[in-house]
Design a protein around this ligand. Structure first.
Ligand code: AHG
Ligand code: MN
Ligand code: MN
Length: 336
């Protein structure tokens, strides 16, 4: 492990992997890095200053917005608009996609989709939260306002994706399609240092992560899979361990390092599950595939889905490849 290389240096060294875009990715990731530091600083003060709790409003998906949801949304938007790389953002906390000022961003070739604060119900109780981002090249002409088409591209068109986890330490993990690399924040230096180069998930893990409170509402195939994890896994693995934080980023990060599977399936009342295709599932799926894992809606590869609306939800199964295959086989065996 080398902690002597910073995120900035690493991105510059590897920018030849980013097609036709020398310098652009480092500038764009520079915006994300700066906003992450600002949000990290604020999150670290939670409990001391009046930044936790709900604002008393709901987002377009009917979820209660927390003060830090809006704070993080504003900081990431502002940092992305300040450089001439991004023409607009779509965010879990915005009703519609936001177009940046065309005069200030006249050369911008990218759109960013984000979940500015993931797991926000965990802020008040000092549990890890995160930020997820997803970057696409725009398909509309440079210099014009971004269109819906720019934001509704399938996940396999992502040019970069990543997350920040504000945990026991703060980390930024990203991919540009050439592996997954993790950087740990050193607050005394104010820099992200390379700590996890070329992360790979074990082919088979022993952790399953799912909100089992919803058990009776799950499809039969998912119920059978949970029972398989508890009762029928091969002797040498028994028993699988259940771990569920309630912050996708934190659950995903643990499973990526240790091997495991995360599931947010459909339920009777929520046939498309809870997680958002554009802000959560696509970037996490891109990272997982780059780390040797799989991401599925139970049947189809997440990155092949063609989005139809910004806040679209999708059932989500992501993790060690052998475990995702197993879930898919249960869902095939018990369709309904
Ligand atoms: P967000 O805070 O961005 O709305 O995301 C919350 C998501 C995800 O992070 C987490 O895995 C899931 O919701 C937890 O949902 P349940 O409480 O229904 O298990
Ligand atoms: Mn989220
Ligand atoms: Mn969120």
């Amino acid at each position: 492990m080398s902690t002597m290389r910073t995120l900035g240096e690493f991105v510059v060294e590897n920018q030849h992997h980013f097609p036709h875009a020398s310098g652009e990715l480092s500038s764009l990731l520079g915006s994300i890095k700066l906003a992450a530091k600002i949000v990290n600083r604020e999150i670290n003060k939670a409990g001391l200053v009046d930044i936790t709790g709900a604002v008393g409003a709901e987002n377009i998906q009917g979820e209660e917005q927390q003060k830090l949801d809006l704070y993080a949304n504003d900081k990431f938007k502002a940092a992305l608009e300040a450089r001439d790389q991004v023409c607009g953002v779509a965010s879990e906390e915005e009703d519609e996609a936001v177009a940046f000022n065309k005069d200030l961003n006249k050369n911008a070739k990218y759109v960013v989709l984000m979940d500015p604060l993931d797991g926000s119900s965990n802020i008040d109780v000092n549990v890890s939260v995160g930020t997820i981002f997803s970057i696409y090249r725009r398909v509309s002409p440079i210099g014009s306002a971004p269109t819906q088409e720019d934001f509704l591209q399938p996940g396999h068109k992502q040019v970069a994706a990543g997350y920040i986890i504000y945990g026991s330490s703060t980390m930024l993990v990203y991919t540009t399609g050439n592996g997954v690399h993790g950087f740990t924040y050193d607050p005394s230096l104010g820099v992200f240092c390379l700590s996890h180069e070329s992360m790979m998930i074990p082919k088979l893990g022993t952790i399953y992560s799912i909100n089992e409170g919803n058990y009776i509402r799950f499809p039969t195939g998912i119920k059978k899979y949970i029972k398989y994890c508890q009762e029928n896994v091969p002797e040498e693995h028994r028993p699988y361990t259940s771990r569920y934080i309630g912050s996708l980023v934190a659950d995903f990060h643990r499973n990526l390092l240790k091997g495991g599977i995360y599931l947010y399936p459909s339920t009777e009342s929520h046939p498309n599950g809870k997680l958002r295709l554009l802000y959560e599932c696509n970037p996490i799926a891109f990272l997982m595939e780059q780390a040797g894992g799989k991401a599925s809606d139970g049947k189809n590869r997440i990155l092949d889905l063609k989005p139809t609306e910004l806040h679209q939800r999708v059932p989500f199964v992501v993790g060690s490849p052998a475990m995702v295959d197993k879930v898919e086989s249960f869902l095939e065996q018990y369709p309904e």
